[in-house]
Ligand binder design. Structure first.
Ligand SMILES: [Fe+2]
Length: 338
């Protein structure tokens, strides 16, 4: 039984045409361009479905804001799908639509779906990287790219009321794996059939940038290499997409947690779209780690936010048994009982 990653994200947009143009410029392939629904896809077939905010087909759980209204996870076999649905039905409503998507509300109030899915094969072939004393491309220039084409949805991020409870639901009911913990801030979690460092990140609403209500933060797309990322950034800037949001003013950055190089764009109706390259890929041999937030979140940035100005102490411990998560849970229980 395995969940392979995100098969689709359903987004409620204030302006369908503007959002469609944004994602097309971002590099997704248009599949459908109707007046009520527009669909675009990554190279592995993962879809972005755009509907009007307020469309009655959208789940109501996140209806307080335009943005991601449902995330649908791809499951490898019908038997695995049936097993997951049967377990979810022990304590919550699950409805299965005519497309075979099982809709439910996850812990933290997050609308989710499950669907049997076979990702499309695709080829990544990044150029070798040269360095002084380490020649990997002799008499060979780097490829001349013509376009940025996101390969897959790498991960999604949500603000949730209780990030430990959200993680425990995904671990216990959907088989997700703990990969890293930003102490007091959030937990990075990987689907059992995926190798990305994380497919979902649950963020505490105690984070200073948190909105007033739970909801979507950003959606990340995997690219081949940094050339493809920077070509995408250039094309978005040439298309006139503004870069004045909270996250976009960081410029180009690399996380220490996950090692990913990343760049955010503001989605017109809310949240951010992330280009992601050179992330860590892990399996069940990975040993989770617990991090201080500032140390873990940033290795470098072309524009350093004031939060990271000055020295940041090295602070990371291996956390194979999730002791750091248990400590957060115990501290939360103590504060609730006072
Ligand atoms: Fe991200």
């Amino acid at each position: 039984m395995a969940i392979l990653g995100i098969e689709a994200v359903v987004y409620g947009a204030k302006d369908l045409d503007t959002n469609f143009r944004f994602w097309r410029d971002f590099g997704l392939q248009p599949l459908a361009d109707g007046p009520e629904e527009k669909v675009l896809a990554c190279q592995n077939g993962a879809r972005l479905v755009l509907r009007h905010h307020g469309d009655p087909r959208l789940p109501t759980a996140y209806a307080h804001q335009a943005s991601v209204h449902e995330s649908i996870w791809g499951v490898d076999t019908p038997a695995a799908f049936d097993t997951l649905v049967a377990d979810l039905r022990r304590d919550r409503e699950v409805t299965i639509d005519s497309d075979g998507v099982a809709h439910f509300i996850a812990e933290g109030g997050i609308p989710m779906g499950l669907k049997v899915w076979q990702p499309k094969p695709f080829v990544s072939c990044p150029d070798e990287v040269n360095a002084p004393g380490r020649i990997r491309r002799l008499n060979q220039h780097r490829k001349w790219r013509l376009a940025c084409r996101p390969k897959c949805i790498n991960h999604i991020v949500f603000f949730v009321p209780d990030y430990v409870a959200a993680y425990e639901f995904f671990r216990d009911r959907l088989g997700f794996r703990y990969t890293d913990h930003s102490r007091g801030i959030g937990i990075f979690v990987r689907a059992d059939g995926a190798f990305e460092h994380h497919n979902i990140f649950f963020v505490s609403m105690d984070l200073p940038i948190s909105p007033e209500k739970p909801g979507f933060m950003h959606l990340s797309f995997g690219l081949e290499d940094i050339d493809e990322l920077m070509l995408g950034v250039q094309r978005m800037q040439q298309a006139g997409w503004q870069q004045d949001g909270y996250n976009t003013k960081y410029g180009l950055c690399r996380h220490r947690i996950s090692s990913a190089i990343y760049y955010y764009h503001d989605i017109p109706s809310g949240g951010e779209a992330e280009y992601n390259v050179d992330t860590d890929y892990v399996d069940d041999n990975w040993i989770p780690r617990a991090w201080e937030f500032k140390f873990g979140s940033l290795l470098w940035a072309t524009q350093v936010h004031e939060l990271w100005q000055g020295p940041v102490e090295m602070d990371m411990q291996f956390d194979p048994d999730g002791a750091s998560i248990a400590a957060v849970k115990a501290a939360s229980a103590r504060s609730c009982s006072c």
